[in-house]
Design a protein around this ligand. Structure first.
Ligand code: SAH
Length: 419
């Protein structure tokens, strides 16, 4: 018997059929379906827009198809899609409008956060007049879609430059040809942005100017998309409680450290930043100078340094821990929890009574419940009591799509530590 073809003769659009489990995921409003739950996908070209059906042929919506990722289906609409570039443009405009409602006093924020903005595979950050985009799927990389992205960003935001950041590992997974990070449009790939003080809308007052904390930004250099904007609201929150001698471990380019030193609410007598990356610390130092301050920056493995300082009886009043994701996959979970426990235990021991611990985890695989459990276990071993001042996540410009838990990854606890 000839194999039934999934491509409908009527409109010649590629289509797929999902298993019952795949259908259940979509009914749960999760935008992803794994390859193992795709029952039929014949002759579907990489990166195409596909009509999605159940096994009986009932239409469920439209998705972007990946021929190589385990996530074969990423839903883009619960209806039909006639023109993907036009839909992408519309969604980008909607994402910009969403930010207008909730982002204030910064000119640096995430404009598009992939699934959480119904644009699977697209990330766009704005740092003042430079936009940085990351394309993570075959469908978003198609030439007409890329053109629509650039045109919409230019029309809506009039940037001085648009930079593409390439994640080579993801391009390989998506079987996209290798590409280099670099300027896609305009002249400018580096700039200075302000946060927590500098308004982007309305007239600037002298107060905005004096309280804003400024950062250098280079869209082509640095880690991830160059700046950890997800911590922006946590930086300001930490400053509300910070006092005395402060240590920012895993400081990168000084996000927390500069807030602890410069934010009007913070009352720190000294601030030291620690990171293992020399380029990150060089930028941190430049950032401090940009704001007219000199701070202490130490290049070290934070695990070793905390062990050494704790052993030598060093004490602090405020400690920030913002390590990289220890659990990149589920398999790393146990080891990751051990790493978080060790770091937090040492920090708790080094804090004076009434000290403030700002402790973060950006591992998606470590849930908030896991993280709280680890902190409680560390407190027990350190003979300390913890009171939760704030239990926070990523800034509002990194929305969480509630039915897609993968969009929620950052945890930031602000704790008061007592003996
Ligand atoms: N707090 C920063 C972001 C930190 S990202 C901000 O808000 O901007 C994690 C940082 O940890 C990176 O800068 C990385 O260079 C650093 N890092 C990774 N492993 C480290 C280690 N063992 N010791 C010290 N720093 C480390």
């Amino acid at each position: 018997m000839p194999k039934k073809r999934a491509v409908s003769a009527k409109n010649a659009e590629p289509s797929v059929k999902l298993s019952a489990r795949g259908v259940a995921r979509l009914q749960g409003r999760h935008p992803w379906v794994y390859r193992s739950d795709v029952a039929e996908a014949n002759d579907v070209p990489p990166g195409s827009v596909v009509r999605v059906h159940d096994l009986r042929g009932k239409f469920l919506g439209t998705a972007l198809y990946s021929s190589s990722s385990q996530i074969a289906i990423r839903m883009i609409s619960h209806g039909s899609v006639a023109d993907l570039p036009a839909l992408v443009a519309e969604r980008i405009r909607a994402a910009i409008a969403y930010r207008k409602e909730l982002v204030s006093n910064t000119d640096a924020y995430r404009i598009v956060f992939s699934e959480a903005d119904f644009l699977p595979g697209l990330i766009v950050d704005r740092c003042n007049d430079v936009l940085t985009l990351q394309i993570l799927t075959q469908a978003m990389n198609a030439a007409p879609v890329r053109e629509a992205i650039l045109r919409t960003l230019c029309d809506e935001l009039q940037p001085a430059g648009i930079v593409e950041r390439v994640d080579p590992r993801i391009r390989e997974l998506e079987q996209l040809p290798p590409a280099q990070s670099g300027l896609l449009w305009g002249q400018k790939s580096s700039t200075v942005f302000s946060m927590n003080g500098g308004k982007t809308t309305g007239p600037k007052t002298p107060d905005d100017e004096t309280s804003a904390i400024r950062f250098h930004y280079d869209g082509v250099e640095g880690q991830k998309t160059g700046a950890f904007l997800d911590q922006l609201e946590n930086d300001a929150a930490a400053a509300q409680y910070a006092h005395g001698e402060a240590l920012d471990a895993f400081c990168y380019q000084g996000g927390f450290a500069l807030h602890l030193a410069l934010h009007p609410a913070a009352k720190c007598s000294s601030v030291t930043g620690v990171d293992s990356s020399r380029p990150a610390l060089e930028m941190a130092e430049k950032n401090a100078l940009l704001n007219g301050r000199e701070l202490e920056w130490i290049e070290a493995n934070a695990f070793d340094l905390l062990r050494e300082y704790a052993g030598a009886g060093r004490r602090y009043d405020t400690i920030v821990l913002d390590p990289p994701a220890f659990a990149k996959t589920k398999r790393d979970l146990e080891k990751a929890l051990g790493g978080y426990k060790e770091l937090n235990l040492r920090a708790m021991k080094m804090l004076r009574p009434g000290g403030i611990l700002v402790t973060c985890s950006c591992s998606f695989h470590v849930s908030t419940a896991d993280f709280l459990k680890v902190l409680a276990a560390a407190a027990q071993d350190a003979h300390k009591s913890l009171r939760v001042l704030e239990n926070r996540g990523a800034a509002k410009d990194h929305p969480i799509l509630l039915n897609a838990p993968e969009t929620s990854y950052l945890k930031c606890l602000i704790l008061s530590v007592s003996n």
